[in-house]
Write a protein that binds this ligand. Structure first.
Ligand code: APR
Length: 250
């Protein structure tokens, strides 16, 4: 790991007030949750088209819910790692830190991050197909598959964004606003291939922000990044935080 680049970034952050962070599945990899793409990716065992789409749910809601029930069990046993915890601590280090995540695992909130902007929803929430009511449901395993609405008995669906579905426009507008007004944007653990999330770092760079990528592998974002660390977030972020500790009060 390039210590000089980390020192250089710590110097930049020493005089930074507004930070935006976009995370992807990679920040949860060290918590034991498989990423989607790449050699260890989840999609190697499952095909996205068979599971994470409205058509798949229409065709076989039981199969889709069995997959989410399996992921909920896996995620339910996972703990936030040092990467999540560092980002939670940075809420006190920076006057303005906006955390935007593509992850639905809830680990940022579990690590103490307040109100992460969840672009793709949350695996612990369900939505009634009849009236759209969103509820928290942490049953592991689910009491019935597919689960039913306690009010009307209609089937519930996961409150997540599936392929081919639009993101909540208010959430997305807020994400672009935060990224376009930050001084430094971190992009951590994402392959940067799924839009519109992948466009957020470019909006930040266009607005003049310093772009910092943390990923063991290069991505389409790498060449646009001012700093690109070929590193795991669970190691890099605490190291950077220790360097920050000598430059600005927590
Ligand atoms: N630290 C940092 N990055 C890591 C780590 C780690 N320890 N381990 C893996 N990575 C990187 C991988 O190199 C990869 O680039 O995390 C990235 C994970 O990429 P994806 O699996 O594509 O996950 P993500 O970018 O979040 O996917 C975006 O696609 O499937 C949909 O809705 C789903 O939110 C998801 C979206």
């Amino acid at each position: 790991m390039d210590e000089n680049k980390i020192d250089e970034l710590a110097d930049v952050l020493g005089s930074t007030s507004r930070v935006a962070v976009l995370t992807g599945a990679g920040i949860s990899a060290e918590s034991g949750i498989p990423t989607f793409r790449g050699s260890q990716g989840l999609w190697r065992q499952f095909r996205a088209e068979e599971l994470a789409t409205p058509e798949a749910f229409e065709r076989d809601p039981k199969l889709v819910w069995e997959w989410y029930d399996w992921r909920r069990k896996l995620i339910g046993e996972a703990e936030p790692n040092a990467g999540h915890r560092t980002l939670s601590a940075w809420q006190r280090r920076f006057p303005s830190l906006s955390l935007i995540t593509q992850n639905i695992d809830g680990l940022h909130e579990l690590a103490g991050s307040r109100d992460p902007l969840e672009l793709h929803g949350n695996i612990w929430k369900t939505r009634c197909l009849r009236d759209g009511t969103v509820r928290e449901n942490r049953d592991v395993p689910l009491s019935e598959v597919p689960p039913r609405c306690p009010d009307c008995g209609e089937w519930l669906r996961p409150h997540v964004v599936w392929f081919g579905e639009p993101l909540d426009s208010r959430v997305l507008d807020e994400a672009f606003r935060l990224c376009s007004s930050c001084q430094v944007m971190f992009v951590i653990g994402t392959s940067a291939v799924v839009h519109p999330a992948a466009a957020l770092p470019l909006a930040a760079a266009e607005a003049g922000a310093v772009l910092v990528e943390v990923n063991p592998e290069p991505t389409p974002l790498t060449r646009a990044a001012d700093f690109s660390f070929r590193a795991q977030s669970g190691g890099l972020l605490p190291l950077l935080d220790r360097k920050l500790g000598t430059r600005r009060a927590p």
